[in-house]
Design a protein around this ligand. Structure first.
Ligand code: BV8
Ligand code: ZN
Length: 253
């Protein structure tokens, strides 16, 4: 891995590492990235159209069906070497914060403990009307293949149960967002993994770390607007690059 000895030294001495992840870190677990998740019935939509309160109220069964299909993908997926390398890193640095835009629980299932979900979680549905937490009626959703409409369950108050995610136009959870800003402003190393860095305000975290003078490393097989802003740009798949990066910079050798 082409990283200078000086940078490896700085990474090895980092007191606080922040790992910021997007849908790309779960791609090798077979979970389609946000834009690839629009197949079948949903392919005629833009993600930004479907992941909104308006779309849900307009056609609850269409949007709930999309999330049930994605939830089924997550339940059948397993953490990949990228998630496992991030969990291993937690035991090798004084402090590691994982900030994810993903709504799956693969970081937790890989063993990461301190995970901040900026865009909510698929496994925490709640009532649209009274906001009371809800539980899924069925552990494994039926296979709403390619986009069957699935009626969302109802709360005891009569309201519709909705996915526990942050939709476009909705505020990010305050506690997680403030903790993420604090971490971005105090970390010495910031790993930006598998995100197109398009969605705001989450994507602004990388700039906060750059402005602070942290070492910033991007891992992505495709170009993004951050390519020439980060300290090191590693082009490739997270499942391959991250285990190598963790060994190179924080290995026992
Ligand atoms: C907000 C949960 C304040 C849902 C998501 C008009 C009105 C209101 C707001 C706005 C507006 N115009 C703009 C905004 C701001 C808006 C926004 O950013 N829009 C974008 C489209 C420009 N943001 C918001 O609305 C946020 N809230 O601003 O509140 C406010 C409130 C009211 C009014 C005004 C302002 C809320 C944003 C949260 C949206 N919810 N997720 C769900 O999951 O269904 S975001 C969603 O998209 C995902 O979480 C993901 O993070 C993001 C991007 O999706 P993807 O592109 O798939 O994923 P990612 O970006 O991670 O890209 C995949 C990358 O992986 C690619 O680069 C690919 O190359 C790479 N990759 C692929 N394979 C691999 C890989 N990398 C490594 N290894 C591999 N193997
Ligand atoms: Zn309710």
């Amino acid at each position: 891995m082409d990283i200078s000895e000086d940078l490896i030294g700085r990474l090895r001495n980092a007191k606080h590492v922040l790992v910021f992840t997007g849908a790309g870190v779960s791609a090798e677990s077979g979970i389609p990235t946000f834009r690839d998740a629009l197949t079948g019935l949903w392919e005629r939509f833009d993600a930004e159209e479907l992941a909104t309160p308006k779309a849900f109220l307009n056609d609850p069964a269409l949007v709930w069906g999309w999330y049930e299909w994605r939830r089924m993908k997550v339940l059948r997926a397993r953490p990949n070497p990228a998630h496992l390398a991030i969990a291993a890193l937690e035991t090798r640095v004084p402090r590691l914060t994982v900030v994810t835009q993903n709504v799956d629980d693969l970081h937790e299932r890989a063993g990461s403990r301190d995970v901040l979900h900026l865009h909510g979680r698929l496994d925490s549905p709640f009532c649209f009307a009274c906001r009371r937490p809800a539980v899924y009626p069925n552990e494994i959703p039926e296979e709403p293949e390619g986009g069957r409409h699935v009626e969302p369950p109802r709360c005891s108050c009569g309201g519709l149960i909705r996915p526990g995610v942050v939709w476009f136009g909705e505020m990010l959870p305050e506690i997680e967002w403030n903790a993420a800003i604090d971490a971005a402003r105090s970390c010495d190393a910031f790993l930006c993994i598998g995100t197109s860095s398009v969605v705001q305000p989450a994507a602004s975290l990388t700039m906060m770390a750059i402005q602070r003078g942290a070492i910033t490393i991007q891992v992505n097989p495709n170009p993004t607007a951050l390519d020439d802003q980060v300290t090191i740009n590693l082009s490739g798949q997270a499942g391959k690059i991250l285990p190598e990066l963790v060994e190179t910079a924080w290995g026992d050798s």
